[in-house]
Design a protein around this ligand. Structure first.
Ligand code: P6P
Length: 337
């Protein structure tokens, strides 16, 4: 049997891919891997301990904070603090950015934007949840990093990844040289390379969208959904709708099987629901590195200039042929005014 490659070994082997790094990014990725294993342990026993349910607080989005996403937030910030390679953390769970307050960190090279536990409303019903992270090099050369170090376009990311806590726990990431997936082997407590060089299928028949919002979708999205639900079966197979309410779960499935995930503007989310910095940019980087496409229906996600930490955007992401078809409908029926 071919030898096992752990995440740690893979990161070191691939360190040569980025000439400027002298091990700091490798250490940062390993720190995130360690925190993911700690969060995984709690996610896997949620229900057995008093960690389910609401924390009784709300985050900047006004969303009820679950105990487990507060726990995950603490674990990632703690791992990034002790690792010493990150100077600022932007997290869904904190209103403002979090300067890492430790002697070694204020001059650290990297900034991490993170959704510690995406889809956390699924925790209590045992549906896959995930962590999404995005890593930038700071632009400022001395002193404490500032907001301009944070509000960088998605094209400036040096790495991005997600962890999916599902039927198995996987960590999928890119440093701009393709996408690789690692499955946690609990018997040895290591993420092991299981999905080398992941590529999203060019086309597919899975579309993921919350059709409960149909009435308020842009006309182009409505037209795309009707295109997916083809009437004339002699032309092609109808598509399959799969939507689990967890972006990481839906996009991971579509990355492997082919598909499109859409969260367009809706009545309750006129600018889209998903956040640019720590959900859309990292997932867009990963999907593009796997040969896919990610836009807001018109503009490439990675080219967007962020203006604020928790900025939202609509997103169409997945197999290139499917996203481009949706963009055609958006251009024809929901042109930007
Ligand atoms: P809705 C979870 O809250 C999330 O951010 C994504 O993971 C998920 O795809 C989406 O929102 C679900 O939103 O409005 O369909 O419940």
């Amino acid at each position: 049997m071919a030898g096992i490659t752990t995440l740690g070994q893979f990161i070191i082997e691939k360190q040569a891919d980025f000439s400027y790094a002298k091990g700091e990014l490798s250490r940062l990725l390993r720190d995130i891997g360690i925190a993911s294993k700690i969060v995984n342990r709690e996610v896997n026993k949620a229900g057995l301990v008093d960690i389910l349910g609401d924390a009784g607080t709300t985050n900047v989005q006004g969303e009820d904070q679950k105990k487990l996403d507060m726990y995950a937030n603490e674990q990632f910030i703690s791992a990034l603090t002790s690792g010493g390679e990150c100077c600022i953390v932007v997290t869904e769970e904190e209103d403002e950015f979090v300067p890492i307050d430790s002697p070694v960190s204020k001059n650290a090279k990297y900034i991490v934007c993170i959704d510690p536990l995406d889809g956390s409303s699924n925790i209590d019903v045992n549906v896959a949840v995930g962590t999404i992270f995005s890593i930038y090099r700071r632009k400022s050369v001395d002193g404490c990093a500032t907001i301009t170090d944070i509000l960088q376009k998605g094209t400036q990311q040096v790495a991005a990844g997600y962890v999916i806590y599902g039927s198995s726990t996987m960590l999928v990431y890119t440093t701009g040289n393709g996408v690789n997936g690692f499955t946690l082997d609990p018997s040895i407590g290591e993420f092991c390379l299981s999905h080398p060089n992941m590529k999203v299928p060019e086309d597919g028949i899975i579309y993921s969208i919350n059709e409960g919002n149909y009435v308020h979708f842009p006309e182009g999205v409505k037209k795309y959904i009707k295109y997916a639900q083809v009437e004339d079966l002699s032309t092609r197979r109808p598509y399959t709708s799969r939507y689990i309410g967890s972006m990481v779960g839906d996009i991971h499935r579509n990355l492997i099987k082919g598909g499109i995930y859409m969260y367009p503007t809706t009545a309750s989310s006129p600018n889209g629901k998903l956040r640019l910095l720590y959900e859309c940019n990292p997932m867009a980087f990963i999907i593009e590195q796997a040969g896919g496409v990610a836009s807001d229906g018109l503009n490439r996600i990675l080219d967007m200039q962020p203006k604020e930490l928790h900025q939202r955007t609509s997103i169409f992401i997945g197999s290139p042929k499917m996203v481009k078809k949706a963009e055609e409908f958006m251009a024809e029926f929901s042109p930007v005014k």
